[in-house]
Design a protein around this ligand. Structure first.
Ligand SMILES: [Zn+2]
Length: 569
């Protein structure tokens, strides 16, 4: 590895060129040539263009009206109230729905009631566990010492007691109160101390110096109580493992007796997708990896991996040692190496090509800056561990729908482009209403039978949708859900709905233009499209050729091929 080349930003060696790239045309040509054995493995990552340059988002009027008529806000609220009642939880009303939703779903607002409801559902689930081995695993995770452990906060206390028998949340109270880390108004509620200690845990994740200062103050004020806080903080770190295992249980273990079989959540998702698209991408139905990420509110995000078909379009193996390297380390190995390429200039650089503006970036930078990552080595769902597992299941299935939809979209896109005459790869877009609407609708459909049996499993998603639809009429989750539900209703077939969405994922207009739908939404034919301004987020990642030594990439050349202007849709 040469530090001189590594130190160069890619802009230094970028060249503006036009037309197709002839020297990158065939993947196999270079590998057939005899090459010295000592040569370093060499690859080219093709230039990537992604994101829309369209300054507006358009929702077809008739579709929007049909969606609003079928899913008024009042219905969303009524469904939330019903699910809450059936779960044994009082629904949040009025402004509390907006202001307390996050803490409520984290078990840190009206904790006693929510955890009681979770216990009841866990008791019901345990009673119906079909297999003795599954019950043993269930008890190890959720009743390790005969008492329920159903969320992160309970797991933390359980772990802390294994280190310091007799440990109580209130052992932490004097130290927290001394540094005013306890809200004096709610210091007597059951959630006050877990909320405060978890707040410290979140502080530590973003500002370790800030946490060190608070800890030192606590030690000075009350060393015994400060030690209890320290132990609980360590518990929050250790118990992240419990959280991943808990979600893993529901994803992979056969805990649901359903239609004469014992099924896991993965079975539910897999069966549904096999029915929708057959065995087109059998590898995609493996459950994604679960990682924890401290968002501080009940949230999860998908990190998109790269389907093999797309990988083969993006990456050109330039020599025989490169082929050998790839055989040994796999596609994921090379994708991990891309993360070690130079991050690029720190200032914002824009390429103005005619009327188009493209932001220049790199794989490591885009991967870090985007909530969804970029060209990730595998599909991952990153989730806030404070979100109780039972409530988070709907969210996990929701994020998994995003991963599956995008994987199929990218897989199909890649198989339609010929590798030979590629100069760069332009990734297909995804309308945000369509993406969110599909994930909401599809996950709800997949979980339908589970929701009928254990309504609490629907509570997290229902409370989210109710809050979002009352806050913002245009929210992508609630409005997107209404749009996709209206589409499914008009088509009367979930497989056709999914196929149509997959084939028209870039814009809603293509769907609304279908003859059958024009007919179904004829009563609203007069309605004008809803047009709103959106920030243009078109990016360009220059082509880069690099060698790999000891797992580290070393840039040989980098260049930009100016894309032809795109005709606006
Ligand atoms: Zn989503």
């Amino acid at each position: 590895m040469s530090s001189t080349t590594r130190g160069l930003g890619w802009l230094a060696c970028a060249a503006l060129t036009g037309g197709p790239l002839v020297n990158l045309s065939a993947q196999s040509a270079a590998t057939d040539l005899p090459q010295p054995i000592s040569e370093l493995p060499r690859f080219t990552l093709r230039q990537i263009v992604s994101g829309s340059s369209d300054p507006v988002s358009r929702i077809p009027g008739p579709w929007l009206r049909a969606a609003r008529a079928a899913q008024p806000e009042s219905l969303t609220l009524a469904r939330y109230h019903k699910v809450a009642r059936l779960s044994g939880v009082a629904p949040l009303e009025g402004s509390a729905l907006s202001s307390e939703r996050s803490q409520h779903m984290m078990g840190l607002y009206r904790r006693t009631e929510l955890i009681q409801a979770v216990h009841q559902t866990m008791i019901a689930i345990r009673a119906s566990l079909p297999v003795e081995g599954t019950r043993r695993q269930f008890d190890q995770l959720f009743r390790p010492h005969g008492e329920w452990v159903v969320d992160l906060h309970q797991a933390v206390l359980d772990w802390a007691r294994s280190r310091a028998p007799g440990m109580q949340w209130r052992s932490a109270q004097p130290a927290l109160a001394a540094v005013r880390w306890l809200d004096p108004y709610d210091s007597l509620t059951p959630e006050a101390i877990p909320r405060a200690v978890y707040g410290l845990s979140l502080l530590g994740a973003s500002d370790s110096l800030g946490l060190a200062t608070v800890s030192a103050d606590m030690r000075r004020a009350d060393s015994a109580s400060a030690a209890a806080v320290e132990l609980l903080l360590l518990g929050y770190k250790v118990s992240q493992r419990w959280y991943i295992d808990a979600l893993g249980f529901f994803l992979t273990q056969p805990w649901v007796p359903d239609q004469g079989r014992e099924q896991s959540l993965s079975d539910f998702v897999g069966d549904d997708w096999r029915r929708l698209i057959g065995n087109e991408f059998p590898e995609m139905l493996r459950a994604p990896e679960i990682q924890v990420r401290l968002f501080g509110h009940p949230q999860a995000v998908p990190h998109y991996g790269v389907p093999t078909a797309l990988f083969r379009r993006l990456v050109v193996v330039q020599n025989r040692t490169g082929r050998t390297w790839l055989d040994r380390h796999g596609e994921a190995g090379l994708l991990r190496t891309l993360r070690l390429l130079p991050v690029g200039d720190t200032s914002l650089v824009v390429l103005q090509a005619g009327s188009q503006r493209l932001r220049l970036t790199t794989v490591p930078r885009q991967s870090r800056e985007s909530l969804n990552g970029f060209l990730e080595p595998s599909d991952v769902i990153a989730i806030e561990p404070g979100y109780p597992p039972l409530l988070a299941l709907g969210t996990i299935v929701h994020e998994w729908q995003h991963l599956l939809f995008r994987r199929i979209q990218l897989g199909r896109f890649s198989s339609t482009i010929a590798s030979g005459d590629l100069s760069f790869v332009e990734l297909p877009g995804l309308d945000p209403y369509l993406a969110e609407g599909f994930a909401e609708w599809s996950s709800e459909r997949i979980l339908q039978r589970l929701h009928a049996r254990w309504p609490l499993l629907a509570l997290g998603e229902m409370e989210k949708r109710a809050a979002l639809s009352s806050e913002r009429l245009e929210d992508q989750h609630s409005l997107g859900y209404a749009l996709v539900a209206a589409l499914a209703q008009a088509l009367g077939d979930s497989a056709r709905t999914t196929r149509l969405l997959l084939a028209n994922a870039e814009s809603l207009s293509g769907i609304a233009a279908q003859r059958e739908l024009k007919l179904a939404w004829k009563p609203y034919a007069w309605a004008a499209d809803q047009v709103s301004a959106v920030p243009a987020r078109r990016i360009l990642i220059p082509e880069v050729t690099f060698s790999v030594e000891d797992g580290f990439p070393d840039v040989i050349t980098s260049r930009i091929i100016v894309p032809a202007p795109r005709t606006p849709r």
